[in-house]
Structures are given as C-alpha cells and as structure tokens.
Design a protein around this ligand. Structure first.
Ligand code: RIB
Ligand code: CA
Length: 316
C-alpha cells in the first residue's frame, strides 16, 4: 500500500510532540515531507526552538521550516498557561544542533506539495495561520491536497472561551479559509480530544520506563497535566495526537459529516466552529468530518507502542 504523504504544522507544545512521535513511529505508513511551526502555544521563536531540540534529542532530521509569528489579522494569543515558559516544560532537552531548511513555511510547504508525485495530507495541530496563507497565496496547490486532518474547534463547548477552542480562536480568518477551501477537513475537536485522555497512572508508567523516548514523554506529560489537574480534568487530553491517529486507525473513532462555518466576528463567539446539526438539513458535500468519540484504551495502546518503537530506533 502506498505511503500517505503528510506535512505536520505545529506549535510544540506537549501534545504536538506526541503527535509528531506517533507519525515518526509509523514511517512505514507515512512519508513525512516536512514539519512546519506556527506561533500559538508559545511564540514562534520558542516553538521552533522546541522542534529543533526535539529533533536533536531524537537524532532525526526531517525537513523543517518556521512559519507565521502572528495570526493573519489578529493579535497573537499564547497558550503558555498550559505548556509553560518554554512551551515544552518538563524535560531537559539538549541544545539544538538541527538547522531549519527554511524560515518561510508557506513557500516550503508549497514546494514540497507541488514537487510531490502524489497528493499530500496536511496535519495542522496549531493555529491555522500557515495553512490559511498557503491556500490563499498559492490556490493552485489545492488540487494536490488530499485532506486536512486538523486539531481544532468544538461543536459544543470551547476551551479558550466558552464557545471557541484555542487553535481556531487564535486565527479565525485562517480557519475560515481552510474550512471553505473545498478540501476535505477532518476535525479533531474537543468532543473527541477530551475522550482521548491519558491518566495519571499511565503517565507514571511512562516515567518509570527505561526507554529514552517513553521516559521523556512521561516527564513532559507530568508537567502538562498540572494545568489540567488544576482545571479538574479526570484525564488529560492529548488533543493533537487525534489528528495523526485518525489517519492511522480511523476505525477507533466515531464521527459525523457536518457543514461547519467559522465565526470571524469580534463578539463573544469569535472562533466558534458552528456546525449545522439539523438532521433534516441535507448538504450535498458537507465540508467537515467531525470526530466525536474514540476508543481510549486502543488509542493509548497504539500511542505507547509507538513510543516503545522509538525507544529502540532512537536509543543512542
Ligand atoms: O486546544 C488545544 C490545542 O491548543 C492543541 O493543539 C494544543 O497543542 C494547543 O495548541
Ligand atoms: Ca498544538
């Protein structure tokens, strides 16, 4: 079976790192054309440094580029309350030796997609600024994009506000370009990501492992859960992992195909992903596959298997 060509766009970020690791452990199914960064969980400088440090720790060198330092037309909002001062607190990474291929994620992605033999799936797991700019700057690229499997949105309740999830809230204009692009969107919103949580006991298991990737993940997640403990979560959502997991194991998810519009107002509904849930309203081609539920045990097992695989590959 042909590998799926993918580009991951991220703001690492603890759950971003887990998503990248899942993809890295499945390069028999994925051809990772590149990884790009965008400001969100922390500033562009910090999330890009985090990616370079992760690469150095793992000993990998998949092409990478930094992207947008701020949303298309709004002021930047940071997610540092969750991810800490560095944006990836909890593990002491080495100073980076990996150098970026480009500091222009838009042309970097365009070149990778246009020069790829097959179609490409985009996997954005941060604010959608880079993707929105790619599609609006180079509309001809759309015909080469198979799907956009993104983490963002929620059809019921938000997290950054009562109505909006953080990634969409940060750059609603970019999200509107993406959801109205005509490219199939697979939306890992809060409905599914809050079911894709890790438990304290599972984090403790990772921290006790000898493998350097599993142990790193345990300590990173041990930091990550502090915010969620304070917020009263029972399990701790590994949001971004869902966007990669769906491409590997769609059978562990439940979903609905719905028409989703983005609220680009400056009201309290800014960044809301408004889904048309009316059963009787039929759309010829709803723009979004909204993931709604997941088999958590299978999710965690597949993820832990990926960490163990990387323990062996990255053991140096
Ligand atoms: O709302 C969750 C999203 O915001 C995730 O992508 C997390 O990494 C943060 O960016
Ligand atoms: Ca993210």
């Amino acid at each position: 079976m042909d590998k799926r060509n993918i580009i991951i766009d991220c703001d690492p970020g603890h759950d971003d790192v887990m998503a990248i690791l899942l993809a890295l452990a499945n390069q028999d199914k994925f051809n990772i054309l590149g990884v790009t960064t965008v400001a969100g969980n922390q500033t562009l400088e910090k999330v890009t440094l985090n990616l370079r440090k992760l690469y150095t720790y793992l000993g990998i060198s998949i092409p990478a580029a930094s992207g947008s330092a701020k949303p298309i037309s709004r002021e930047l909002v940071l997610g540092d309350a969750v991810h800490g001062e560095t944006g990836l607190d909890g593990w002491d990474f080495p100073e980076p030796t990996f150098e970026l291929d480009s500091t222009n994620a838009i042309t970097f992605m365009y070149d990778k997609i246009i020069n790829c033999d097959g179609k490409v799936t985009l996997v954005p797991v941060g604010p959608l600024t880079n993707i929105g700019l790619l599609l609006s700057t180079f509309p001809d690229v759309k015909e080469k994009i198979e799907a956009i499997s993104l983490m963002g949105g929620s059809i019921y309740a938000g997290n950054n506000t009562p109505y909006a999830e953080f990634n969409i809230y940060v750059d609603p204009e970019a999200a509107s370009i993406v959801f109205n692009s005509g490219i199939p969107v697979i939306m890992s919103g809060l409905e599914v990501t809050h079911e894709a949580g890790i438990l304290d006991s599972e984090i403790e298991t990772l921290m006790k492992k000898e493998g350097r990737v599993s142990k790193m993940c345990g300590y990173l997640l041990n930091f990550y859960v502090k915010f969620h403990h304070a917020e009263g979560y029972a399990s701790f959502p590994l949001h971004d992992v869902c966007s990669v997991m769906y491409l590997l194991n769609p059978e562990i998810f439940e979903y609905k195909d719905l028409q989703v519009e983005i609220d680009c107002s400056h009201s309290i509904h800014r960044g809301r992903t408004a889904a048309d849930n009316r059963e009787w309203m039929k759309y010829e081609k709803p723009n979004t596959r909204v993931l709604l539920n997941i088999d958590r045990e299978k999710f965690i097992q597949i993820l832990f298997n990926a960490f163990e695989k990387l323990d062996k590959i990255c053991d140096r």
